[in-house]
Ligand binder design. Structure first.
Ligand code: NGF
Length: 288
């Protein structure tokens, strides 16, 4: 399960329906052009929190059908509705996904006992492994070393997708849990996380920048830091331009320039203005 996973985008049409062909093209582009080791399906980048349970299932099915066994598959099933999360965990396990992942429950101020119960409930009766999805900037949920440790006591919880700029905590986690899988979640910090010996990374920009990300990770692992830093610099130039123009929208338009029908974002996300569409195309021309 180690390596680089693209946080997969989903293609939607103008009405917000899943564009199956577009989704299949995104999957193929990631495997054949970006050459990533795996896909993280229905995460933030997949606009997961904006779609219905049926749409989530449809995406899980299409992606598995397109991938087969070519790369590893992680399914993000986390939801404020724990019954939905448990149902999706069972669904993707039956489909043959390699692991599940679940975002920490958000919006209400859940205490740690509630968070622990949420993960145990999702895993009850399902034969799979889980990666915690920790992204405090979006969920407001920050856990400390001891709390991660308590969650890791459940043997089915095999790791964490660590999307935070807290490198002190990351180092402590790595040191304390050498056998758990730690994935870096911020693409602009991939080199710094790789130096701390993470097992892999999961990122949105890998949809268009997978090859550079792989180089950063591989170079860092072999101690070639100067070379890795050069590639992280170009990567961060790219990420800065993407973030300024609109994260998911710009990545989708960049994919469109490569003949991949990545389509539109779902409401309430807004579409790119004409000016920003042109900018997205020029970013693609510069970096792809
Ligand atoms: O999109 C976000 C929101 N974070 C992603 C990634 O952590 C999300 C990150 O790649 C993800 O894996 C998922 O889809 O679940 C950033 O987009 C990237 O580093 C640019 O900031 O924070």
């Amino acid at each position: 399960m180690k390596g680089l996973y693209t946080a997969l985008m989903c293609s939607f049409d103008e009405q917000g329906n899943i564009n199956e062909q577009g989704l299949r093209e995104i999957v193929r582009y990631n495997i054949e052009v970006s050459e990533v080791d795996g896909l993280y399906v229905n995460g933030s980048t997949g606009e997961n929190f904006l779609i219905s349970t049926e749409q989530k299932k449809q995406i899980f099915e299409i992606v598995k059908d397109e991938v087969g066994d070519r790369v590893k598959l992680m399914a993000q099933v986390g939801s404020l509705n724990v019954d939905e999360a448990a149902e999706l965990a069972q669904f993707v396990t039956n489909l043959g996904y390699d692991a599940i992942s679940a975002v920490t429950p958000f919006y209400y101020k859940f205490d740690f006992e509630e968070i622990k119960d949420y993960y145990n409930t999702i895993l009850e009766g399902v034969d799979t492994k889980l990666i915690i999805y920790s992204i405090p900037a979006l969920t407001g949920v920050s856990m400390n070393l001891e709390q991660f440790g308590e969650l890791f006591e459940n043997e089915k919880i095999i790791g964490v997708k660590f999307t935070a700029p807290d490198f002190y905590l990351l180092e402590r986690l790595r040191h304390a849990y050498p056998d758990k899988l730690i994935y870096s979640g911020f693409d602009e910090m991939l080199l710094s996380a790789s130096v701390l010996n993470v097992d892999g990374a999961i990122g949105s920009t890998f949809n268009v920048n997978g090859k550079r990300a792989k180089q950063i990770f591989t170079l860092a692992q072999s101690g070639r830091i100067d070379e890795a830093r050069e590639i992280q610099k170009v990567t961060n130039d790219l990420i800065s331009e993407i973030l300024e123009n609109g994260l998911y929208q710009t990545i989708k338009e960049m994919l469109e320039t490569q003949g991949v029908h990545a389509g539109y974002v779902r409401k309430p996300m807004k579409r790119l203005s004409e000016e920003k569409l042109l900018k997205a195309r020029s970013i693609a021309e510069k970096y792809l």
